[in-house]
Design a protein. Structure first.
Lengths: 364, 345, 557
């Protein structure tokens, strides 16, 4: 017992010592690795949300090309990782931040998070994606459409036509069928709310009252909505009972990915009249340790190999016009011709008021 | 062995003064007993000498050196606590060895000393016993051995026998005195029991409310209490205000003879119980016997409580076989040899 | 004049300086920094924001929900746990010690695991859903049940701990004096128990009032406690003013509770005629006691053990029947579609290393604090200062972990304290939660050490540090082990702050579980359950190891 205790005490003392040592040399341990590479020169740190993914092969290609190794720091969902970046902006955690979408863009820009950089691949990216074309503080990387998905089998079995538009969703035929996400906490949830605002203008609250009367269910996040509540998803526990869910236009191809044999048709479909376009951006963080590496990474993210890797990693569409979509996307995906959009400034101005009003009216 | 000297030591706890300018000398090898009721500052005195309480004024000198600012563990005194305070997580040997171990003495030497001390206190072979298994008397012996083990220059005992039963106490007190004599230890003990103090001490110090009321040999103090307080504390109850004129004192009981050379004028008069003699009715102060109690310790004297016709109750001492029953009417006469004239209140 | 005492005061203050500096740097400063971000704007303070936030009907709703669910959880916990406290304290039956350890397991479980255990039992696709189609995950029921599950042990420990030591002879004396069984209980035992019931109720109230993980997982978008709302406002809406006001509000509420609690504790210290707990337990006699025992056993099985068992069951069940494949999948970084840069199983190693460091820090800070609080000194100003420290030590328990996590990020970013990318940040945040446990476990034991025992050692030649080593240490060693174990367990389970500051390439177990739960999908779900099971087993193992070392005096928790 004595010896045990002495050990514990020793550990405690050691702990305090480590603490003071760390405190003393904390200054030299700036962000980035600071480890074997020294000076942080050979590592470029990418701060991203939890959904970020890239294949190893593509990341290795980047290292071969530029000599930089990518280190990924995931900081929660898109909103949380942006907020963390804003709170620590004077001394950022990394070099590049990925995952700011158009619904959050103004918050990032207003807080002066990014240093301007014109990435090499911009020439191949259509102007409609370049929301900060004037200053190039952020670079578009991918886009996706938030749309209501439906469970084909459910509607076929009952001989009901699946909904097409936002108006349809308020019809009695679709009572108690839709599940959506919390606009305050979920990116697709906010996207769907913005779709309704874009569609109905001032009347959006009226519309939501109708939706609520029609039995819309709100859950916290996309994962829960799609995998747990939606009856058409195969990946989840498969016990959801709602055949309509707010998800992405790319969700149907994701459903058939890896299915063997490949089915005729995806088990889910997209209500193309309900969509809101999201564009995700990346930017070079001000005060980055390795701005050169960050710039190289932005160049690479707008390059073809990264862009073509995107769809199967994150189920989003590349923004580069010459990027080829994988077969599963072209075969099972649905193109949304006229998604709703909204100017980032307008979103920035009203987002909080809208979310608050929405929360009071729908959730509580 | 070291001498102890207290020089105007004052200790205050907030408003209360626990020690009030106390002067005290304890010579080498002397055994001094501090007597006093609870709250008179006895324990504070010991704690001050040990360094557990710092004086607000005055000096404590051990072997002539001022102890101001010297921490308890550097004073080289021993203190035996009232309730022993043996370390519950150590066995008997561990308790006794504690002091020498703190002084970094060699292990073999400590082992020898422990065995020797346990032998000395009459617990040979108890080294491995857990302290929780000891009786009160055994605990007291272990506490004593523990206090003696580091060979303190001055050993202090706080109510050393307080919790023990009477017969054990009377036996131990004699043993202790013999032991201290043999070791030549300087001892400062504290007790509220006069019997214990008188059996143990070379010199007795009576304390009253933080001051020293009297100091002297046990016999001196017993024979000539310095004040009414000391007299009452020693257990005397036959006390009354009086005025001495010549060989006679005027008291509530009437005229009482006083020894020759007694100071004249107002005083407090003490009549020891042995000085209250029972005579036939009509021979003195008429009294009624109200109660009688045996004096302990195998004494054949009995203590009688009398209600006199005038004046406060009287305590008388008489042989067991002649003691009257309660309710009996008797007369009391006073013996000048057993009367002490004390300063007036 | 009093050099010795002055030296003593100096030593006390020096000891107190360790926790004071630690808390100032790693608690007060970060929390103040984030609060200031919210309330200091445009070069001036904005107290007007407080009124604006507090009159917002949504916020009023949150405050109301926080309050009533805490009251309801506390009442329900007392109702269900008091019989258990009696049975485990006073009845002697085979397996009693094991059972007492088992009911404590939930208390040290990470909220994330509790949340997932209840999802597994009550949620969609959970056991009740599978068997009877009953689902309780959308309402308050699941939250309340999870709170009972969590805090059952608090009541059993605090009330039962005292109950076990109440001298049965007092009740017997009342019986002899003519009181019936019920009257004797009501007039003798109940009054003796009331203060400890109050103390337990306050603890439960405190824990449920600040509940985060459970409400976050089981509450859905509708239900939010203050703590959850602070998280939403900070992490998701970046509304720092609102978050700051709510942080202050929670702070004030918790401080008031603490003051109340310490008063209740003081009352608890009144002499009660306590005896050795080992002597009071009796074999159950009569039908009544046997029925009570059976009832409590069933209750514990259903309420406490079933969720844990279901958790383990879910972790083993896969599409092809039972097996260990979820556990095997944890060993690969590709688990759950690349949510992780490292294999989730590495989180086990991370968690153990972090928790060990956090425990060392909590002990290094908590031991001097507890010693400084117990050394008897002169009182006065220094004494008041130390009482302030006592309160400060408890505050991390009631402060939003989210606030602490975010505070770390924005406050500890300048040399020499630029720790944001350092691994030490996580154990530091975890230690903050561990320190109150260390102090609360050590304090009663240290206070019970007789001062004169220390004096006896000093007079025998032991210097003050030596006195501590020779006298206090042997007496508090077991309590120290218990304290270390609690600190380890809560560090292992800390989620609210860790989720912000854990590095992506070094997640802790709860963070990894939360990420896996966030991914949903059959495989991720199974792996989340598997990882939760590992975490549960780690906590249970820690606890069982401690049960042997547990002292009956380590009273307050």
């Amino acid at each position: 017992m004595h010896i045990k205790f002495r050990r514990a005490l020793g550990a405690a003392v050691l702990g305090t010592l480590t603490l003071s040592t760390l405190a003393a040399c904390g200054g030299s341990q700036s962000s980035g690795d600071g480890g074997e590479e020294g000076k942080g020169g050979r590592t470029v740190t990418l701060v991203a949300h939890d959904s970020f993914a890239a294949s190893d092969a593509v990341l290795e290609e980047f290292t071969e090309k530029t000599g930089y190794r990518v280190k990924v720091l995931r900081g929660g969902d898109a909103g949380s990782s942006l907020n963390q970046a804003i709170l620590s902006k004077d001394n950022p955690q990394g070099d590049v931040l990925f995952g700011v979408d158009n619904t959050l863009l103004s918050r990032a820009l207003d807080n002066g998070l990014f240093a301007p950089y014109e990435a090499e691949g911009l020439a191949k990216i259509p102007a409609r994606y370049q929301l900060d074309a004037g200053e190039h503080r952020v670079t578009p990387v991918d886009s996706g459409d938030v749309c209501v998905n439906y469970d084909r089998a459910y509607f076929e079995e009952r001989g009901i036509a699946p909904p097409e538009t936002l108006d349809d969703l308020a019809e009695p035929a679709y009572k108690d069928l839709l599940v959506t996400e919390n606009a305050a906490t979920s990116s697709p949830g906010l996207g769907f709310l913005l779709a309704t605002v874009a569609e109905y203008g001032e009347g959006w609250q009226e519309y939501w009252k109708k939706l609520k009367a029609n039995g819309v269910e709100v859950v916290d996040g996309w994962e829960q909505a799609y995998y747990d509540r939606f009856s058409g998803s195969s990946g989840g526990k498969g016990k959801g009972d709602r055949p309509l869910v707010v998800s992405y236009a790319s969700s149907p191809p994701a459903e058939v990915l890896g299915a063997d044999p490949a089915p005729e048709q995806a088990p889910t479909g997209v209500a193309t009249g309900t969509c809101f376009r999201q564009i995700e951006f990346a930017g070079l963080l001000k005060g980055a340790d390795n701005p050169a590496g960050g710039k190289a990474l932005l160049d690479f993210m707008t390059g073809r190999s990264f862009q073509e890797d995107l769809p199967l990693q994150m189920f989003v569409n590349p923004v580069r016009e010459d990027a080829e979509l994988p077969e599963v996307f072209t075969r099972y995906g649905e193109t949304v011709d006229e998604p709703r959009t909204m100017a980032p400034e307008k979103i920035a101005e009203n987002r909080e008021a809208w979310v608050k009003a929405w929360t009071s009216a729908v959730v509580r | 062995m070291a001498s102890l000297r207290l020089d105007g030591v004052t200790v205050r706890f907030g408003e209360r003064t626990a020690l009030d300018a106390v002067d005290l000398d304890v010579a080498e090898h002397e055994i001094v007993c501090v007597l006093g009721p609870s709250g008179s500052g006895k324990s504070t005195l010991l704690r001050t000498v040990a360094g557990l309480t710092e004086p607000d004024a005055g000096r404590v000198l051990l072997a002539g050196r001022d102890q101001r600012g010297v921490a308890p563990h550097r004073r080289g005194v021993g203190l035996m606590f009232q309730d022993h305070q043996l370390f519950p997580t150590r066995d008997v040997g561990g308790n006794v060895a504690f002091g020498p171990r703190m002084r970094g003495e060699p292990r073999a030497e400590i082992r020898g000393r422990v065995a020797e001390l346990l032998e000395l206190v009459g617990l040979p072979g108890a080294r491995k016993r857990p302290v929780s298994a000891l009786s009160g008397g055994e605990q007291q012996r272990v506490a004593l051995a523990r206090a003696l083990a580091p060979r303190p220059g001055l050993l202090m005992l706080d109510e050393p026998l307080g919790q023990l039963d009477r017969s054990l106490r009377e036996r131990l007190v004699v043993e202790l005195r013999q032991l201290f004599r043999r070791l030549g230890t300087t001892v400062l003990a504290v007790t509220h029991d006069q019997g214990e103090a008188f059996a143990l001490a070379d010199r007795v110090v009576v304390m009253e409310a933080g001051r020293i009321a009297q100091t002297g040999s046990p016999v001196d103090v017993w024979l000539r209490p310095a004040s009414e307080f000391v007299a009452r504390f020693l257990g005397f109850t036959n006390l009354a205000a009086a005025v001495v004129r010549g060989r006679i004192a005027d008291t509530p009981w009437g005229a009482v003879p006083v020894p020759p050379g007694a100071p004249q004028g107002p005083c407090t008069l003490l009549v020891r119980p042995a000085g209250v003699r029972l005579t036939d009715p009509g021979g003195g102060l008429p009294c009624t016997v109200t109660a009688r109690t045996l004096r302990g310790g195998g004494s054949s004297e009995i203590s009688l409580l009398l209600a006199p016709e005038r004046g406060p109750a009287l305590e008388a001492s008489c042989p067991l076989h002649t003691a009257p029953d309660p309710g009996t009417a008797v007369s009391a006469a006073f013996d000048a040899a057993e009367v002490v004239v004390l300063p007036a209140r | 004049m009093r050099t010795g005492l002055r030296a003593g005061t100096a030593a006390r203050l020096a000891l107190a300086a360790v926790p004071a500096v630690f808390l100032a740097l790693f608690f007060v400063y970060p929390v103040a920094a984030i609060t200031a971000r919210g309330l200091y704007d445009g070069g001036r303070w904005r107290p007007d924001r407080i009124a604006a936030v507090l009159t917002d009907p949504d916020i009023v709703g949150v405050v109301w929900f926080t309050l009533w669910q805490a009251v309801a959880s506390t009442a329900l916990t007392l109702l269900l746990a008091l019989p258990g406290a009696y049975v485990l304290a006073r009845l002697d039956f085979p397996g009693r010690r094991m059972l007492r350890a088992a009911v404590t397991v939930p208390f040290v479980l990470p909220t994330v695991v509790v949340g997932s255990a209840f999802l597994a039992l009550l949620g969609r696709g959970g056991l009740l859903d599978q068997w009877w189609g009953v689902r309780l995950d959308t309402g308050v029921t699941a939250i309340l049940l999870a709170h009972v599950f969590f805090n059952y042990a608090v009541v059993v420990r605090i009330v039962g701990g005292l109950w076990a030591q109440l001298d049965p002879r007092q009740e017997e004396a009342a019986r002899v004096l003519g009181a019936g069984r019920w009257t004797a209980w009501r007039t003798v035992t109940l009054p003796a128990l009331v203060p400890s019931v109050a103390a337990a109720a306050l603890m439960v109230f405190l824990f449920t009032f600040t509940s985060f993980g459970v409400v976050q997982i089981l509450g859905g978008p509708r239900y939010a406690t203050l703590e959850v709302e602070i998280y939403r406002q900070t992490a998701q809406l970046l509304d720092l003013p609102t978050a700051a006001v709510l942080t202050l509000l929670q702070f004030a509420a918790v401080a008031a509770l603490m003051a109340f609690h310490s008063r209740a504790l003081r009352r608890r210290r009144t002499a009660l005629g306590l005896v050795d707990a080992a002597r009071t337990a009796r074999r159950p006699r009569g039908a009544g006691q046997r029925a009570l025992l059976a009832g409590v056993l069933v209750q514990i099985a259903v309420l406490l053990l079933a969720p844990l068992a279901v958790l383990a069951e879910r972790s083993l069940s896969g599409p092809d029947g039972y097996g260990l494949h979820h556990y095997r999948a944890l060993g690969s970084a590709d688990a759950a579609g690349g949510t992780f840069t490292v294999a989730p199983l590495e989180a086990v190693g991370n968690s153990l290393a972090y928790a060990a460091t956090a425990t060392a820090v909590a002990l290094a800070v908590g031991i001097p604090a507890a010693v400084a609080l117990t050394l008897r000194g002169p009182g006065g100003r220094a004494g008041r200062l130390l009482r302030g420290l006592d309160a400060l030590l408890m505050l991390p328990l009631g402060t939003s972990a989210v606030t602490v996590g975010f505070g770390f990020l924005i406050a500890l970013d300048a040399p020499p304290l630029d720790l944001r990318s350092s691994w030490i940040l996580v154990p530091l945040a975890q230690a903050l939660v561990g320190i109150p446990f260390v102090v609360r476990t050590l304090l009663p034991v240290l206070r019970a050490v007789d001062v004169r025992l220390r004096e006896a050692a000093a007079v025998l030649g032991a210097s003050p540090p030596r006195v501590w080593r020779e006298v206090d240490l042997p007496l508090v060693r077991r309590a120290l082990l218990v304290a270390a174990g609690f600190a380890f367990a809560v560090s292992l389970g800390e989620f609210g702050a860790t989720v912000f500051i854990a590095r992506a390439d070094a997640p802790t177990l709860p963070v990894a579980v939360a990420r896996l739960l966030g991914r949903a999908g059959e495989a991720s779900y199974g792996q989340a359950m598997a990882l939760s099971t590992i975490l549960m087993l780690l906590c249970a193992a820690t606890l069982l190891a401690l049960e042997g070392a547990r002292t009956d005096r380590s009273g307050e928790l």
